[in-house]
Design a protein around this ligand. Structure first.
Ligand code: NAD
Length: 502
């Protein structure tokens, strides 16, 4: 998936934001060119002096004020999320709630995680005090997607701010209004702060590309793997560090001892909620032969009653990005061509901008529908003979974002065998709602971690400091005044400390 879609009335200097269900124009935003992006980064750099100099408690106060502002404005914000992204109002509220949980966690835990720590100097450097202190990186560039336009970028924005950085955020061209609402709420809640602590630059991929090259101290990206690779290549020119949260093809394993009804309920929701436009959504299922028929029948029974709509209370909304509709249709067709059967829906389920749920069984593993990210309300279900086969197939993907396991007795043991960044046992997507758990993938799913302690450390620079407290006579290791008697002593000490384990 790449951002090649354009919308009516787009031109070189402005982009329009439209309701994906109705095509109605929601707003127009000036596009930031290279000069405007550089100016934004300069503004954020100036603000970094003030924001970075605050202590953790002071930053926490500002971040929590921002959260309270978002709560106060939540009706207006959720209506905008519903209109611009298409997701139902309740889903918009749940997304906001999760983002608030993360902002709070980052704000409240930054002090503990990033405060200076004493380190043992070791036997040969016993006359030193050693400590590691965490410094903000400076200005962090954040580039976000549209599918969870509040929750997802906040895994970077909230944590980068809590660690003392300022942020320049380029929201997706499909959620520009939502991205700006977030930044405006921060400024509204914190009028005493200089402008530039958290600001946006708006535009398409070119604006994002300009941000990568604008001299930011780190670039945190969430979006497709193809764009992530382009960003990493561009960032390499200046050795700008990157955090990449990319696509997924998440698998669920349903073992023979699973609670089949619970597994079917979770798979039905995890595959179709948000129109299947969830990076860690359920795309593939490997179900044990002994419970296969019951499981497939149960998933079908649930999804027969679920459908998309433009109403505020629909189960899920339209496809947000028009070009994705063709990809979903292609995957359904490729699944059917490659030996699969549709037990619910089929190519006719695609009624752009809406797609009804599609359940595909026993599709060839080499099919695009199993190998590539579909990002639509579809799921493939394959029958397996036991956990070993399920684990092997689940791990046979270039992606490795997250996963889920349903098993009454062996959930944890199966989870440990999966080559991914996160796993939910007897649930789907639970890890994403627990702020203390890091989130991120392996392989084509990306590099680095948002959320939790690692998510704070991503946005800090460890600064190691060794302070000589006193000189040990005759132990001047770091000097030409070192003597032969020092070397004699060391030759005795080294075997004593390191040579006794044969
Ligand atoms: P995308 O890659 O098309 O766009 C993401 C962002 O990158 C947009 O803001 C876009 O304008 C910008 N961009 C495009 N080209 C660029 C370039 N050359 N340089 C810099 N920026 C550029 O992705 P999308 O369609 O917005 O989002 C959907 C994808 O995001 C899916 O693959 C999904 O799995 C992934 N995603 C991953 C996570 C995660 O945490 N791992 C979360 C949500 C979404």
């Amino acid at each position: 998936m790449t951002s090649t879609d354009t919308k009516p009335a787009d031109n070189d200097t402005a982009l329009t934001s439209v309701n994906p269900a109705t095509g109605e124009v929601i707003g127009t935003h000036p596009i930031a060119d290279e000069a405007a992006v550089r100016a934004a980064v300069a503004k954020a750099r100036a603000a970094a002096a003030t924001w970075g100099a605050l202590n953790y408690d002071e930053r926490k106060t500002h971040l929590l004020r921002w959260s309270s502002q978002l709560v106060a404005d939540s009706d207006e914000f959720c209506a905008l999320i519903h209109a611009e992204n298409g997701k139902p109002l309740d889903d918009a509220f749940l997304e906001l709630m999760l983002a608030l949980e993360h902002i709070a966690w980052a704000a409240k835990n930054a002090k503990k995680v990033l405060s200076p720590k004493k380190v043992s100097p070791g036997a040969f450097m016993a006359n030193f005090a050693a400590r590691v202190e965490q410094r903000p990186l400076g200005v962090v560039g954040v580039i976000g997607p549209w599918n969870y336009p509040v929750y997802t970028p906040n895994g970077s924005i909230g944590y980068a701010l809590a660690a003392g950085n300022t942020v320049v955020f380029k929201p997706s061209e499909f959620s520009t209004g939502i991205g700006n609402f977030l930044a405006d709420a921060f400024a509204k809640a914190n009028p005493d702060l200089p402008e530039g602590v958290f600001i946006t630059v708006n535009g398409y991929g070119a604006t994002g590309a300009a941000l990568v090259k604008a001299g930011v101290d780190k670039l945190a990206f969430t979006g497709s793997t193809a764009t992530g690779k382009r960003i990493m290549a561009a960032a390499a020119e200046n050795l700008t560090p990157v955090l990449l949260e990319c696509g997924g093809k998440d698998a669920v394993i349903v073992a023979g001892d699973a609670d089949v009804k619970a597994a079917a309920d979770a798979v039905a929701w995890g595959a179709t909620a948000n129109s299947g436009q969830t990076c860690a959504g359920v795309e593939r299922v490997y179900v044990d032969r002994s419970v296969r028929d019951e499981f497939v029948a149960e998933v079908k029974k649930i999804l027969e009653k679920v459908g998309p709509g433009s109403g505020a209370d629909a189960a899920y909304g339209p496809m947000t990005m028009p070009s994705q509709v063709d990809i979903v249709r292609r995957h359904i067709e490729s699944a059917l061509k490659n030996g699969g059967t549709a037990v619910l829906g089929g190519p006719d389920s695609v009624k752009a901008p809406f797609i009804e749920p599609v359940v595909l069984v026993d599709v060839d593993e080499k099919s695009e529908a199993v190998q590539e990210e579909t990002f639509g309300p579809t799921v493939t279900i394959r029958t397996v003979d036991g956990v070993d086969e399920a684990v092997e197939l689940a791990n046979s993907s270039k992606y490795g974002l997250s996963s889920a396991v349903y098993s009454k007795k062996n959930g944890l043991a199966i989870a440990r065998r999966l080559h991914v960044g996160a796993t939910s046992v007897n649930s789907v997507l639970a890890f994403a709602a627990i702020p203390g758990l890091p989130f991120g993938g392996v392989g084509d799913s990306g590099i680095g971690r948002i959320h939790g302690e690692p998510g704070l450390r991503e946005f800090a620079r460890p600064h190691s400091i060794a302070v000589q407290r006193f000189a040990i006579p005759g132990m001047a290791l770091l000097s030409y005044s070192r003597t032969q008697s020092t070397m004699k002593l060391l030759r005795k000490l080294v075997p004593f400390l390191h040579g006794r384990n044969k």
